[in-house]
Every structure is written in structure tokens, then in C-alpha cells.
Design a binder for this molecule. Structure first.
Ligand SMILES: C[S@@+](CC[C@H](N)C(=O)[O-])C[C@H]1O[C@@H](n2cnc3c(N)ncnc32)[C@H](O)[C@@H]1O
Length: 279
């Protein structure tokens, strides 16, 4: 196994951070729980042209480049181009561009990943127009998105112990309802959607652009996700950070075990695999 193999490892200029990331991989809790499911949904072949649309810092893009020799990460932010490991050089490039106008040819990409991106822009259709333009007729897309926070909804509906605890100790910081909580949390994530849409929202969106959903993987597992959601809920009520590496370093080993033991069908997040209707 090459040394840069930990899932989502991105080389870092600071040596100790580089070492930690090299062995621990990317410290994004939910994405790490979903990592194997995302990679298997992508099912990348060596010769395929692959695009990570809205790649962020590019931690999934690096892993894509271990599978394909033609990988592109695209984001509105500039991703540092100087730290591509020698073994991935020539296989991976980053483009700084708006997703509404992608500098790639029509019908030029085999696989497109849109991970946690559609809810980050005001009009998801602007991105899907570009996806439909640049995707080859035989190409496929993979969308990764959150679904409803079912554990927290249930807590509010049943006035469960986590909500009672938060109301008692956090007073007004505890949102009045599930909708109120989701709205505030989404807002803190810079999302343009203050409600979390269901799977049918994504299906309709894709269908309207001529795509058909072939498979949906629900990931991570319900128990793992809902446990994290409750911790995140309390963190929100106590005005603590609601995401970040601290969640990965403290919860990942425990949730990974729960996740691996969870029976099918699993999960609350969704990984949607789609292709063009006419193929
Ligand atoms: C929540 S992050 C997701 C990053 C990564 N795909 C992941 O799964 O962790 C959303 C990304 O969308 C990018 N983004 C937002 N608006 C964009 C736009 N108009 N064009 C391109 N990228 C955009 C942001 O810079 C950010 O990196």
C-alpha cells in the first residue's frame, strides 16, 4: 500500500500535519464514513475522464486520481497546485472556475461527482445544465447529499431526552422546533436550502435534465449518523463548533465500528448514481 493511501489524504506543507494526514486521512467524519460507498458508486476505470465538481480542498479528488489517470477537481476556490504527490503527477489537475460555466468541452467527461454541492448554490439547475453539457452520452454521475435529520426530528416529535436536556441547560439556544434547528444549522453551513430535501427532490431534478437514477446508496448507517446528529445538536445548543476535525478524531473509530456492523438497508445520507435516460 503506497504511503499516500489513507482515504482523502492531501499532502500538507507542515510536516507533522502531513504525517498525521498521511496515516489518518482526511478528518471529515461523515465523508470518511461514506468514503468506501462513494468510491464504489463512482466505480472509476483507469482510462476514464473524471471530474470532482465543487471539489473543495480536493480530498476525494486525490483518491480518484489513484484510480484514473485523468482526474479534474473544479471549485470556485483556488486549490493549491504545488502539493500533488509525485505518484499522482500528470493524473490530476485542479481548475478554479464557477460551476455555472465550466471550461471543459461538451461530451468530454465520463464520470462526475457532485458531493455536498447542490445545496450550496442558489440554483442547482445551473450546475446540472453544465453537467448535462460536459458529460459523455455514456457517462455517469454520482450525487452525495444529506437527507432529513431523522433522529433529531424524532427527538422533537417525542420530546425526547436530548431535547429535554438541551431545553433545560441551554434555554433559548435550544431551537423551538426541528424546522427551526435545521434552518439555523443550514444557515451556519452557508447553505442556500434551509430545509433538507428528500430523495424525490434530487430524483426530480435529475429527471428534468434527462438523467435516470440507477441506484441509491443510503450511507452512512442510520445509527452512526443519528448518534453524530445528536452530538452535533448538543454542540449547537451549547454554542460549540458543529463540525470540524475534532468530531473525526473523537468519534470516527467508534462510529466506524457501528457503521460496519449496521445491517442493510442503511443510512440517512444519500449517494445517488445516475446516467442519461436515452442510454
Ligand atoms: C460543502 S463543500 C463540498 C466540498 C466537497 N465536494 C466535499 O464533499 O467535501 C461545497 C463546495 O462548493 C464550492 N462552491 C460553491 N459555490 C460554487 C460555485 N458557484 N462554483 C464552483 N464551486 C462552488 C465551495 O467552494 C465548496 O468547496
Amino acid at each position: 500500500m503506497p504511503l499516500y493511501s489513507a482515504p482523502g489524504y492531501i499532502p500538507h506543507k507542515v510536516w507533522w500535519k502531513d504525517l498525521a494526514h498521511r496515516f489518518l486521512g482526511t478528518p471529515n467524519l461523515i465523508k470518511r464514513l461514506q468514503f468506501n460507498d462513494i468510491m464504489s458508486a463512482l466505480d472509476i476505470k483507469e482510462s476514464e475522464v473524471v471530474l470532482d465538481f465543487g471539489c473543495g480542498i480536493g480530498y476525494i479528488t486525490y483518491d480518484m486520481a489513484k484510480k484514473s489517470k485523468n482526474v479534474i477537481g473544479l471549485d470556485i476556490i483556488d486549490v493549491n497546485k504545488n502539493i500533488i504527490p509525485p505518484k499522482l503527477k500528470g493524473r490530476l489537475r485542479f481548475i478554479q472556475s464557477r460551476g455555472e460555466s465550466v471550461p471543459l468541452e461538451d461530451n468530454s467527461v465520463d464520470v462526475i461527482l457532485l458531493s455536498e454541492i447542490l445545496l450550496q448554490i442558489p440554483e442547482p439547475m445551473d450546475f446540472l445544465n453544465e453537467v448535462a453539457r460536459i458529460l459523455k452520452p455514456s457517462g455517469r454521475i454520482v450525487l452525495v447529499n444529506p437527507l432529513e435529520r431523522a433522529g433529531i426530528l424524532e427527538e422533537y416529535n417525542n420530546n425526547g431526552r436530548w431535547v429535554r436536556f438541551a431545553k433545560k441547560f441551554c434555554g433559548e439556544r435550544c431551537p423551538a422546533s426541528y424546522e427551526d434547528y435545521t434552518k439555523k444549522l443550514q444557515f451556519s453551513f452557508d447553505s442556500h436550502f434551509f430545509e433538507l430535501p428528500g430523495i424525490d427532490f434530487y430524483e426530480k431534478l435529475l429527471e428534468s435534465k434527462g438523467f435516470i437514477v440507477n441506484n441509491v446508496i443510503f450511507s452512512p448507517s442510520k445509527k452512526a449518523q443519528q448518534f453524530f446528529e445528536k452530538i452535533q445538536f448538543l454542540a449547537f445548543c451549547f454554542n460549540l463548533p458543529t463540525f470540524g476535525p475534532v468530531y473525526f478524531y473523537t468519534l470516527y473509530p467508534f462510529l466506524k465500528i457501528i457503521d460496519s456492523l449496521s445491517p442493510l438497508p442503511r443510512g440517512t445520507g444519500c449517494i445517488i448514481c445516475a446516467s442519461r435516460k436515452e442510454v
